[in-house]
Design a binder for this molecule. Sequence first.
Ligand SMILES: C[S@@+](CC[C@H](N)C(=O)[O-])C[C@H]1O[C@@H](n2cnc3c(N)ncnc32)[C@H](O)[C@@H]1O
Length: 203
Amino acid sequence: METVPKAVFESAYAGQAPWEIGRPQRAFVEAAAQVQGSILDAGCGTGDISLFFAERGHKVTGIDYLAEPIARAKRKAAERGLSANFLVVDALALANLPEMFDSAVDSGLFHVFSDSDRSRYVAGLASVIKPGGRLYLQCFSDAEPGTQGPRRISRAELAAAFADGWTIESISPVRFEVRPDLQDLNFSEGGPHAWFVVVRREA
Ligand SMILES: C[S@@+](CC[C@H](N)C(=O)[O-])C[C@H]1O[C@@H](n2cnc3c(N)ncnc32)[C@H](O)[C@@H]1O
């Protein structure tokens, strides 16, 4: 399976993207008390998860490879009087970031990559998450039927992706929240099935 082309995201951000629900995905809110220190939000989109953690007092850097969602995220931060660092950066070049983070969050990025880009992405995460730090990741799961939207990920694929240098602490079934006003989405009742994964970077 190929990496989702950039043009797909550019066209999604020509309007309001299906994942722009105006608040953080529920699983990140429920995990918030566990999340420690400085945070990298990889594929932050328009920044709702970044700003949620900024409001809780974390130092947050949100990255996305498109200028449009980063501009929207900056506008939201200004409107809400919150401070977060939003950068246009490719998540396949994380090693270029000048900083390391205590934690990283990924809502909906991991599942856009081909197998080889997934390996590059995870290697990049290993270079920017401090030893002992954690990644909190939400991706589509293979419990979601059909092919609309991103590729489905199995538990075995998660285990393989984080086999070297990481410990998977938990993999929990959750749901992605999508815009309720979109009629042409054919996802499961209650939202697309997803995994919420907590992974620790080994020291
Ligand atoms: C499904 S959206 C999720 C956005 C946000 N995390 C959220 O939960 O609303 C995936 C995001 O990843 C971004 N993205 C895709 N590939 C990327 C890459 N290689 N580097 C950085 N961002 C990327 C897209 O532009 C898009 O904003």
